[in-house]
Ligand binder design. Structure first.
Ligand SMILES: Nc1ncnc2c1ncn2[C@@H]1O[C@H](COP(=O)(O)OP(=O)(O)OP(=O)(O)O)[C@@H](O)[C@H]1O
Ligand SMILES: Nc1ncnc2c1ncn2[C@@H]1O[C@H](COP(=O)(O)OP(=O)(O)OP(=O)(O)O)[C@@H](O)[C@H]1O
Ligand SMILES: [Mg+2]
Ligand SMILES: [Mg+2]
Lengths: 256, 256
């Protein structure tokens, strides 16, 4: 049975997509069967895996609307064990069109249910908001992975995200839990990074992944080639960090 | 008459709030009368100017709902010429509550109209999405200032933002235009930054501000003290960049 993980944080630019692309690729490199789902109308996960908007046909928008199945829009990537449900900016329309549907928050969960046996991991990249698309992702998910930029504004928003997850647990998805908090864009030269990291570890203890993703320019260069960093520069600090995170996740799940 | 500028980009974490806080403070330091409006439920502009959620009473949510006037929720800041319309996460409720209101996209424009004579600049910080809160800001604005992080995903989203602004110009706000594109988090050591900057200047020419905001840790430290960077570290590269941007704006508007 697949473990479905929503990669969410309403704070913008904290590394959600970079984590979805590179954790997905790293798990696939370890021969875990992975499905990456792009629930952000920006479509950065799709282009980061080689499918810019111009090359996407049917996508997640059509799945949420009930016109197509997830299976029908699924795409291959450069990695054998990694598949993608792509998206384009049309997905913005879903937020308005689903407003009156009674099951509006369960559309993604229903679409992914038939795929649970085919994958070991389903990773969902969320937009920087707590609207219907993120809500759909939290309902479909078993756990939430929270990328956290080691900066003040990102830390400030963490409480609101966690209380939103609590509310989802108390209503539409009683099983949801925190997969972990991932420290991203970690710059060991600055005091700010160390202060934020210390504060997060103090409050959240073992919920913080041991793996840390350093600030590494190779991570921001790889998307312009439509490749995960392990296919762009396997020796980079960024590639090593995500391979380590994949190992940490696999080991943790093997124990449970 | 105030010049109302929406600071918008649906890509997350590109420097919208940092620009709203520090451009606002720099214009106020030049004795321009400035109103900063927080239209992002994250409330980062408010805390960046010294008002975290816990210290905010009535706010923008109550103004959009018609319960209070902008004047009534306005707050002073540490700078004499800079005022703030604060917000908290309650603002998220406005997106749902206004869905059925016929004038839902004009609420902010109507609320700011009575203030136009009292300010030289009104700066509106937008959330990382193109929903109703950003739409309200684009309707209320004379121009749009687009902070652009010099990275691939940010560049990818620029086309969609500009076509959205075109659609707004063709419908609810015929007068809107681009104030300029501001290169943010510019790291002159990386090829990626230089490539993105060159591509943006090639496509947008004089619409790109001459002032560039470098990546500067003092800009990300200042918010934890609730201060604009010019009150935290006036000698920093970040402070100088925003003072220069303010000067560029004032000179440009003096000529027109
Ligand atoms: N560890 C890192 N080191 C250097 N650059 C990074 C790192 N992680 C992400 N980036 C870059 O920072 C920018 C923001 O990251 P990303 O787009 O993954 O964040 P996001 O949370 O998905 O943003 P959004 O909120 O817009 O969806 C991107 O340009 C990305 O390439
Ligand atoms: N030029 C800069 N140099 C260094 N850090 C910066 C710079 N500009 C912004 N930052 C930091 O980068 C992070 C993102 O910036 P900011 O929050 O202003 O972006 P935003 O576009 O408002 O994000 P959101 O999309 O979440 O509203 C913040 O932690 C901020 O302190
Ligand atoms: Mg993203
Ligand atoms: Mg912001």
């Amino acid at each position: 049975m697949a473990r479905t993980i929503a990669i969410a944080n309403q704070k913008g630019g904290v590394g959600k997509t970079t984590t979805a692309v590179n954790l997905g690729a790293s798990l696939a490199a370890a021969e875990q069967r992975v499905l990456a789902v792009d629930m952000d109308p920006q479509g950065n996960l799709s282009s980061g895996l080689g499918y810019p908007k111009t090359e996407v046909g049917a996508h997640v928008y059509h799945v949420l609307g009930g016109e197509m199945s997830a299976e029908e829009v699924m795409l291959d990537t450069e990695l054998e064990y990694l598949k993608l449900l792509p998206t384009t900016t049309d997905l913005i329309g879903a937020e308005l069109e689903l407003v009156d549907a009674l099951d509006r928050h369960q559309r993604l969960a229903e679409a992914l249910a038939p795929l649970a046996r085919r994958f070991d991991y389903i990773l969902i990249d969320c937009p920087p908001s707590l609207g219907l698309l993120t809500l759909n992702s939290l309902v479909a998910a078993d756990t939430v992975l929270v990328p956290l930029q080691c900066e003040y504004y990102a830390l400030e928003g963490l409480g609101h995200l966690l209380s939103t997850i609590e509310r989802v647990r108390g209503s539409v998805n009683p099983n949801i839990s925190i997969e972990g908090i991932l420290l991203c864009m970690y710059d060991k030269r600055t005091n700010l990074t160390r202060q934020v990291a210390a504060e997060v570890r103090q409050h959240f203890g073992s919920q913080v992944f041991e793996s840390i993703v350093p600030r590494n320019v190779r991570l921001s260069e790889a998307p312009s080639f439509g490749k995960p960093v392990l296919l762009y520069d396997i020796d980079s600090a960024g590639a090593r960090a995500y391979l380590q995170l994949a190992r940490e996740l696999i080991d943790k799940h093997a124990r449970s």
